[in-house]
Design a protein around this ligand. Structure first.
Ligand code: ZN
Length: 379
């Protein structure tokens, strides 16, 4: 996770989410807080909604470390590797350290975890009455890499439109292989969603010591701000099954982004990307059913926006629950149901209205239907 928002409540620090209104703060706790504080149990964590005035201090916590003597910020925790960005001012020094310039003045690197030392959460206090404004188009959580799907935070700020063609040392065989894979997935997704994205899709591969920019290849030309796919491919010389799935997953996001102009609810986007990848709910079905029955689940409605503020267990649940919901929609209405749903985005004022018009369901119905589907399909 890139930045954690933290707050002190009655002398104890909690991770928090702010919103939907500026005055709303939700406190998250991984362990049950004292009962008198009135936290409610949720899936894998406890939460309490308070108002700003009840919170003492609000700050951002960001993991800062040292990479070969220079400060870096951890963008993403991929388990054995960290995705870091250079915090110094010296571009030459950044290159010497092996960083790659991904955008103008932005240097990033994937590095083995143990090469980053003095990892520390830096506390940046914020003035209380100000909420960070929601970006117009919330960043989409990225593919669930490895064991920590929740940590795939959005990458660095969108690039200015010249971020291509600077002669990065590419790995031509891998790049060609990736392109072939993407082209194959592209037509599969095109058919499934009955949609061709009009804008080109940028792809950037990260390797530990090289960074291949293959966006110059025919058909994929163009620097996109939002449809850009960034994939770490450490140690690979060809496309593995896992990389192929990751590429497909990210490619679905690019399709969805263009089709809905960034307005797709998070759960639908993540659920569809996982479904297209070939993931199914078999292993998660029992847990999801139990969570629903005990009322300890996150309503899909609450998973419409960005997930980057969700604590880890909640994010894990969110991925599984979203997949199950999309699976049940497709089981009932086919991918045509998804297609109709997307088409209603331009017509209906709210997402729930679009859902009613296209697949005749409300959130409550969809959740019920999903659980019924899970029970029947994975008994
Ligand atoms: Zn995703």
């Amino acid at each position: 996770m890139r930045f954690r928002q933290m707050a002190t409540y009655r002398g104890v620090p909690y991770e928090v989410g702010v919103g939907p209104a500026e005055s709303d703060v939700v406190l998250f706790a991984a362990c049950p807080p004292p009962e008198e504080l009135g936290f409610e149990p949720a899936t894998g964590h406890w939460r309490k909604r308070v108002i700003r005035a009840e919170v003492d201090v609000l700050w951002e916590s960001r993991p800062i470390g040292t990479f070969h003597g220079e400060a870096c910020l951890v963008l993403d925790d991929l388990g054995d590797r960290l995705h870091i960005v250079y915090l110094g001012k010296d571009a030459r020094r950044a290159r010497e350290l092996g960083y790659w310039q991904v955008d103008r003045g932005v240097f990033e690197l994937l590095t083995p975890r143990d090469e980053v030392t003095s990892l520390n959460e830096e506390k940046v206090e914020k003035s209380l009455p100000r909420a960070r404004p929601e970006p117009a188009a919330p960043p989409q959580p990225s593919y669930p890499y490895g064991a920590q799907p929740w940590s795939a935070a959005p990458l660095a700020a969108p690039a200015p439109a010249d971020a291509r063609g600077r002669g990065y040392p590419a790995e031509p065989a891998l790049a060609r292989d990736v392109l072939r894979t993407l082209e194959m997935h592209f037509s599969t997704i095109e058919t499934a969603l009955n949609y061709s994205p009009p804008d080109s899709i940028g792809v950037i591969l990260y390797t530990q010591d090289a960074f291949a920019d293959i966006t110059r290849a025919p058909g994929w030309v163009g620097a996109l701000n939002d449809g850009r796919i960034r994939v770490p491919v450490q140690g690979l010389t060809s496309v593995s099954d896992q990389l192929s799935s990751e590429l497909k997953h990210e490619l679905v996001h690019s399709f969805v982004w263009q089709k809905t102009r960034g307005r797709c609810p998070g759960w639908l986007n993540e659920g569809l990307a996982q479904w297209m990848e070939g993931r199914r709910s078999d292993r998660d079905a029992a847990g999801l059913i139990a969570a629903y029955e005990q009322g300890q689940y996150i309503p899909l409605k609450n998973l419409e926006g960005s997930w980057t503020r969700l604590p880890a267990p909640a994010a894990r649940f969110a991925y599984a629950w979203s997949l199950a919901a999309v699976e049940s929609i497709i089981a009932t209405s086919g991918t045509w149901g998804i297609e109709r749903l997307f088409d209603r985005f331009d017509v209906d004022p709210s997402f729930e209205a679009a859902m009613r018009a296209s697949i005749q369901t409300s959130y409550a119905d969809l959740e019920r239907q999903t659980v019924t589907y899970l029970r029947q399909t994975y008994p």
